[in-house]
Design a binder for this molecule. Structure first.
Ligand SMILES: Cc1ncc(COP(=O)(O)O)c(C=O)c1O
Length: 387
């Protein structure tokens, strides 16, 4: 663990020993075998699919570790966004992570459609009725986050998936803030596709390969952005001009994967092994309940913008305060790593696998001391923060 109290696992998870060991082992293979290592590395991404599938509730052939959320979104949209007649709109939300909006906006424009953003009524959360109302019969495709990156609000995946399908639209999910923190059921729910990263709750390291899910009902489609790594594994090295796509989600790979990055993911996934994700979720909720109770009791001037109901909440808790940035700087000086999001949010992620109630007690105590003394303003000023 990094020294101090680490509450930023929803930005970058901590390093599992197993990740370090697998990277070292793959480095040794490289050292001793160089190109011959590919005999072992060739199917490495596919070999991780059963573990990943378990975490997102999918069949192994419906997932693959590759790319990044942004690249995977482009690959999936190039294939699954098929505007036709009056059905051209893409629906997303005004609270989405910007990269998703950049990708969706570009495809909507290319498809002669429009990007319809569901607004937020309070600037932090989304109203279910507004999301459903946006899913009209002019919608070709919708993409929603499973958990909002700022407020930590969790959306109802089964309900919204059904609503999109009832409107005749496809629906995908950005699961960056839920994978590794709670169970998923993408196959059963019938989601068309999903994207996520492995560097947050999954702990696979900075810039770890991303992940994607494509429901098997779409496996007959040829990826819009094909590459030789998505070719059928049996014929990839025949090097023929014709692209023969791999059978499942593996077809969405493009170029040669980073084996060292996959090695870290390999190790990180082994930590989850056969962990019961219901138990991980229960522990996560117990920790965030504890934090919310502490904040209510001791930090009345900080508003808890994360919904309180368990079914409406992801893994992190967001506290709003006009001086959140200075508070974040001060906490770092005091050995706590929180996360700050413009303009006024302190995000704290108590992670089931490695954070404790005692750490949360200490962080809330430090915040109270800062707010009482105003010390954070000085520390913030020294760091160039205008409060
Ligand atoms: C919800 C969400 N989507 C997308 C991204 C970024 O995606 P990428 O892996 O392409 O950098 C993040 C990064 O934190 C995120 O939180």
């Amino acid at each position: 663990m990094p020294s101090g109290i680490y509450l930023d696992g929803n930005s970058l998870g901590v390093m599992p020993h197993a990740a370090q060991q697998r990277v070292q082992a793959r480095m040794e293979q490289w050292r001793h075998h160089a190109a011959l290592g590919w005999e072992d590395w060739y199917g490495l991404a596919e070999s991780l699919s059963p573990s990943i599938a378990r975490l997102v509730g999918a069949q192994p052939h419906e997932v693959i570790a590759t790319g990044s959320i942004t690249a995977n979104l482009h690959a999936l949209l190039s294939t699954l966004y098929r505007p036709e007649g009056a059905r051209r709109v893409i629906v997303a939300t005004s609270l989405d992570f910007p990269t998703d909006l950049y990708a969706l906006g570009a495809w909507a424009e290319r498809g002669g459609g429009e990007l319809r953003l569901v607004p937020s009524r309070d600037g932090h959360t989304l109203h279910q009725g507004d999301l459903q109302a946006a899913l009209r019969n002019d919608v070709a495709l919708a993409l929603f986050p499973t958990v909002l990156y700022r407020s930590g609000q969790r959306l109802d995946v089964p309900l919204l998936t059904a609503a999109a399908h009832a409107a005749g639209a496809l629906i995908g999910w950005d699961a960056a803030h839920s994978i590794g923190a709670m169970p998923h059921d993408f196959h059963e729910v019938g989601a068309d596709f999903a994207v996520w990263c492995h560097y947050k709750y999954l702990n696979a390291g900075p810039g770890a390969p991303g992940g994607l899910f494509v429901h098997e009902r779409w496996h007959h489609l040829t990826p819009g952005l094909p590459g030789w790594w998505g070719n059928d594994k049996g014929t990839q090295f025949e090097m023929t001009p014709g692209y023969r796509k791999a059978g499942g989600a593996g077809a969405y790979q493009m170029g040669t994967p980073s084996i060292l990055a996959l090695a870290a993911l390999e190790g990180a996934l082994s930590v989850f092994g056969d962990l019961d994700m219901q138990q991980v979720r229960a522990r996560s909720l117990a920790l965030s309940d504890h934090l919310i109770n502490l904040a209510d009791r001791h930090l009345p001037e900080m508003a808890v913008v994360t919904p309180r109901a368990h079914h409406e909440r992801g893994g992190h808790v967001s506290l709003a305060h006009p001086e959140a940035r200075a508070l974040s700087v001060a906490l770092r000086r005091m050995g706590v790593v929180p996360d700050y999001r413009e303009p006024d949010l302190l995000r704290l992620a108590p992670v089931a696998l490695y954070n404790t109630e005692t750490e949360l007690d200490e962080v809330v105590r430090l915040l109270r001391t800062l707010l009482d003394s105003g010390q954070h303003r000085l520390m913030g000023k020294a760091a160039g923060v205008v409060t």
